[in-house]
Write a protein that binds this ligand. Structure first.
Ligand code: HEM
Length: 189
């Protein structure tokens, strides 16, 4: 039975404190990743790329986000139908697409800084509402995703279920708004 995942952790756990409170470590990791991304996008000078392949990365990022959202939805539907194994596969696939997104996003912003949104009026307000909520919730999502997976990997499905009720909608919102931000920029920039 594939679902009988051994009680292993994929994060190193050198002390009892980590076992008791993984959230604080994941929160710290989330802050570090977020700090790195802010530096990368807003402060690091853009590098020069050979060829125009970098211009295709935002579309690729948007696809990864869309695929992540599909997997999350499928994972949710599957656990509601009681199919635990499919739930696990869908959530791990969602994680895979998020990792692909993050790698591609980092590569893109290594070569390209922030993209200004030129739209004016109500559309500008809507764009910034979506963008800011997307950024804030992606910072929140990271430790939640790690913690949700941590409990699942340890077979602790009580706490997994409790925290997943926050992780699922936040992660889904971040994925969907990632796609929306791409379309806003394509339409106006
Ligand atoms: C970060 C990724 C994951 C998210 C966002 C997530 C989300 C969820 C959600 C929202 C529920 C509760 C559904 C409800 O309210 O009834 C749930 C339950 C569950 N999840 Fe996950 N899940 C994730 C990863 C996993 C993995 C990798 C496994 C497999 C090891 C797993 C196994 C389960 C099980 C067994 C339940 C049912 C718990 C119960 O009813 O007692 N989940 N998950």
């Amino acid at each position: 039975m594939i679902f009988a995942w051994p009680a292993v952790s994929f994060m190193p756990m050198p002390t009892q404190a980590i076992t008791r409170n993984p959230l604080s470590w994941f929160f710290l990791l989330g802050l570090l990743v977020s700090g790195f991304l802010i530096w990368l996008i807003y402060y690091k000078p853009a590098a020069t790329a050979e060829g125009d392949w970098v211009t295709y990365l935002p579309a690729a990022n948007s696809c990864f986000n869309a695929l992540c959202a599909c997997c999350l939805t499928a994972g949710f539907v599957n656990i509601k139908r009681g199919n635990r194994e499919r739930h696990m596969r869908c959530m791990l696939a969602a994680l895979g697409f998020s990792v692909l997104f993050l790698v591609s996003y980092i590569v893109y912003h290594h070569f390209h800084g922030d993209t200004a949104f030129p739209g004016q009026g109500p559309i500008r307000l809507l764009y910034f509402f979506i963008l800011i909520s997307h950024i804030v919730l992606s910072i929140v999502a990271l430790p939640l995703v790690f913690t949700t997976l941590y409990y699942a990997a340890r077979g602790q499905f009580g706490p997994h279920k409790k925290i997943a009720r926050f992780t699922f909608p936040i992660w889904l919102y971040v994925s969907v708004t990632g796609v929306l931000v791409f379309f806003f920029l394509r339409a106006y920039a």
